[in-house]
Ligand binder design. Structure first.
Ligand code: HSE
Length: 292
């Protein structure tokens, strides 16, 4: 029997739409036990305890990729990552299923091979990369193979995930994006993404402040998040370094180098919103697996 632990992730960091992701200190734990036959899923809502469960789908896909016959498995899910909030819950399920199957199969796949299987399932690598490898990762596709570039994050930086009650479906949030964009917006994102990465690496607060912002998805998706305008104001008032939409939302990620400022934002926000605030660190470890 194996225990697999996978971090929450925030994709689209800064101007890194579909490529820059960050692992955060919030985890989902999943156990995998061989059983005689069939499958059993425990620990999640009944509606998800069936063959379409993403953990089990990823499990089956990995067994298939290893060219082995499907065997019986009991999966237990204990996951703190909120669903449909842009914190990588689906990537965590996919990564867990792949890593759990790999463990029960005797580890035929390397982490890089698992990365390719997970990316194919998720459709984009920006959540599965940090979920598997931890830290801040830039990833992109090169001829159907996902490429991973790890980045460092300066230790002075702190993160607060503001998780509203409203959910956002990634599928819907992708549909509202325009089919084409202007050179001006593309150039804006290229420059901001590269500069933001340097800011995160060095902890240069001025650089982070000038380089955050995105024109590929945030202008369209912020309309789906009622708390966004207020949070934007509070971030300005309490001198946060950056405000980002995490993945496709609804979670918003605030970056600061002052715990006090984050607490003030949390306090003000709580007067008018029931959004949950999580003070998080960058999670340097990605998916972990151990025999229990
Ligand atoms: N990059 C993806 C998107 C992340 O923004 O649609 C969502 O999982």
């Amino acid at each position: 029997m194996f225990l697999v632990s996978v971090p929450a992730t925030s994709a689209n960091v800064g101007a890194g739409f579909d490529c820059l992701g960050l692992a955060l200190s919030m985890r989902g734990n999943f156990t995998f036990k061989k059983i005689e036959d069939g499958f059993m899923i425990k620990g999640c809502e009944k509606a998800y305890c069936n063959e379409d469960n993403l953990v089990y789908v990823a499990f089956k896909k990995t067994v298939e990729a290893a060219k082995q016959s499907l065997f019986g498995v009991e999966i237990t899910i204990d996951c703190d990552i909120p669903l449909k909030r842009g914190l990588g819950s689906s990537a965590a399920c996919i990564v867990a299923g792949c890593v759990g199957a790999n463990a029960l199969l005797g580890f035929p796949f390397s982490k890089e091979q698992l990365f390719a299987i997970c990316t194919e399932m998720e459709g984009h690598p920006d959540n599965v990369a940090p979920a598997l490898f931890g830290g801040l990762t830039l990833s992109f596709m090169k001829e159907n193979t996902p490429i991973l570039v790890p980045y460092h994050i300066h230790k002075s930086l702190q993160f607060m995930a503001v998780v509203p009650n409203t959910t956002v479906s990634t599928e819907e949030a992708r549909k509202i994006l325009p089919k084409q964009l202007s050179y001006t917006d593309a150039v804006f994102n290229i420059g901001h993404c590269a500069a933001f990465l340097r800011g995160l690496e060095t902890g240069d607060t001025q650089l982070i402040k000038s380089a955050f912002g995105d024109r590929l998805h945030e202008p369209y998706r912020k309309q789906l998040i009622p708390e966004y305008p207020l949070l934007e104001q509070l971030c300005r008032r309490f001198d946060a370094l950056a405000l980002l939409i995490s993945g496709s939302g609804s979670t918003m990620l605030i970056i600061s180098n002052e715990t006090k400022n984050l607490k003030q934002i949390e306090q003000e926000l709580s007067k008018v919103s029931d959004a949950a605030c999580h003070h998080l660190k960058v999670e340097q470890e990605g998916a972990l697996v151990k025999e229990i």
